[in-house]
Write a protein that binds this ligand. Structure first.
Ligand SMILES: [Zn+2]
Length: 246
């Protein structure tokens, strides 16, 4: 598997990155996990506009979904004619939410909507396990398996048992770390760097990549330090354009 970080900014685009979007490729298949604000721009640096084979939206917060609307134009009005409906896996209500955001009619000509539910399914060459995590709206953490390798993605979440299960033994764990440690954060919303490190440590992951930091309010250095104090494996902060071979 190859993971490309198209966007990793938490909650709103940062000066150096679009919001959450991760391109995962294997056997020539391209799965886009989340499609956050600004990521359609980044996608075009790493793949042709029309080469995405499936989209998975972990939840319907706007910073994870916005560019699925811009992508409607790409597919519906392609110069050589409309492209076939693209499989899109998302929590219930995605069709209505995206069509409202797009502002004009149904999107069923553009997306083939599949409703996410806890469990394992195949998407292209990937075995994909999703479980509900701890966030104010219906949100799924993801475990992708291919060729004996595992990529786990937290989506947005506060600490929860499902997250540790999804990350168990992962070769690479892409985990949000939105909040700073040592301040009074709202409960049941996001993780701190230390909390991400604790999950990674308990789950025995090979490599931890911290993502969804909020550049304007946070501190990469403090987040990294907090995670490193409890996780002693390979540790990175996600950057737009970073690529990982898994
Ligand atoms: Zn969210």
């Amino acid at each position: 598997m190859r993971l490309t970080v198209l966007g990793c900014a938490g909650s709103f685009p940062g000066p150096e990155s679009a919001c959450s979007a991760y391109l995962v490729e294997a056997d020539g298949f391209r799965l886009l996990m989340d499609f956050g604000t600004g990521s359609l721009s980044a996608l075009q640096r790493y793949a042709s506009l029309t080469s995405v084979d499936a989209v998975l939206l972990t939840h319907l917060h706007i910073d994870h979904t916005q560019d699925a609307c811009g992508y409607v134009v790409v597919r519906r009005y392609a110069p050589d004619g409309p492209l076939p409906p693209l499989p899109l896996y998302a929590p219930a209500g995605a069709e209505q939410r995206l069509s409202t955001a797009y502002g004009e009619g149904s999107l069923e000509d553009v997306y083939l909507f599949h409703t996410l539910a806890a469990g394992t399914t195949n998407i292209g060459p990937f075995s994909v396990t999703v479980e509900r995590v701890n966030h104010p709206v219906e949100t799924y953490g993801v475990r992708l398996e291919h060729g004996g390798k595992v990529l786990a993605y937290s989506a947005d979440t506060a600490p929860c048992a499902a997250l540790e299960q999804l990350a168990q033994g992962a070769d690479l764990f892409l985990c949000e770390a939105s909040y700073l440690d040592g301040v009074d954060n709202p409960p049941d919303l996001h993780l701190t760097g230390r909390e991400a490190g604790e999950v990674a440590s308990k789950a025995g992951v090979g490599r931890l990549v911290l993502t969804h930091l909020v550049a304007a309010w946070g501190s990469e250095a403090l987040t990294f330090e907090a995670a490193a104090s409890v996780f002693h494996g390979q540790l990175d902060i996600a950057r737009a354009g970073a690529r990982y071979q898994i």
